[in-house]
Design a protein around this ligand. Structure first.
Ligand SMILES: [Zn+2]
Length: 271
């Protein structure tokens, strides 16, 4: 099994805006990742390509071909082509959750963008976001173009070809979902296992390394307390297993390990 990162774009926000509850001394650590010109935290938006056996699995589908408010995307297609990955070679698209910055390339102009892929997500997110009763949240209205980007629009053409799991489950050989509901009703982390080695993709369980280390509250959670509990559970698992992890919005989608020094959690970067 191999894992590659493919960047679609980025969004930038001040650490202050993203984590208003975080203590100033902790926030100062995250500000080291901020853009030198704007002073904002660079939150990359991207996907992971996992090659395993005859599968070519894409985790998340970025912002899509058009910028959506604060989310600047559009590079995913070029990133795949630069790796000699044709769109029709993707066998599976796994959504970590169904927010607009993870489903943008799922379909384009009402047509599945990866024509041979089986699209997969946690059933709880599908039921939540695709319900006729779903109401666009204020942050979505402010940060996206819901008339194009909302799950109900973007994913409608996939309605007959989705495959679902729910919570802890092996989705494909060597790829297991770890229930981390909170950010959305069906948010998951993903354990990758092959030949005695493991790694974890964190989706949007956390949006920055420091949110993971300090357990900061992110302002956009479906269930804030459940999301904080999920961070603590996933972090404990990462420390316990001592395995590499990465997330779709980590600056540069970097990889590292979480260490417990006894006083606090530390990030050991992997180059
Ligand atoms: Zn996201």
């Amino acid at each position: 099994m191999t894992v590659e990162t493919v960047v679609d774009g980025e969004t930038r926000r001040t650490v202050d805006f993203l984590y208003p509850d975080a203590p100033a001394a902790e926030r100062a650590e995250a500000e080291a990742f901020s853009d030198v010109i704007t002073g904002e935290l660079v939150m990359t938006i991207g996907s992971y390509v996992v090659r395993h056996g005859n599968r070519l699995v894409l985790f998340d589908a970025g912002v899509g071909s058009q910028p959506t408010g604060s989310f600047i995307g559009g590079a995913l297609r070029s990133g795949l082509l630069a790796r000699n990955i044709a769109l029709d070679e993707i066998t599976d698209v796994i959504f970590t959750h169904l927010h607009a910055d993870h489903i943008g390339w799922a379909t384009q102009n009402g047509v599945p963008f990866f024509p041979n892929a089986t699209y997969r997500c946690d059933r709880r997110d599908w039921d939540h976001f695709m319900s006729p009763d779903y109401e666009i949240e204020p942050w979505e209205a402010a940060s996206t173009h819901p008339e194009f980007d909302a799950a109900q629009v973007r994913l409608a053409p996939l309605a007959g070809r989705m495959e679902f799991w729910e919570g802890d489950a092996e989705i494909l050989p060597g790829i297991s979902a770890i229930d981390a509901a909170g950010h959305t009703p069906g948010t998951n982390a993903f354990l990758l296992e092959s030949d005695g080695e493991s790694a974890m993709l964190l989706g949007d369980v956390v949006h920055s390394i420091h949110e993971l280390l300090f357990g900061w509250r992110f302002p956009v959670h479906h269930d804030s307390q459940a999301a904080l509990d999920a961070i603590a559970r996933v972090r404990a698992l990462l420390v316990d297993l001592n395995i590499p992890c990465s997330a779709a919005h980590f600056t540069g989608m970097s990889w590292g390990r979480v260490l417990d020094s006894g006083d606090r959690f530390l990030w050991e970067a992997i180059n």
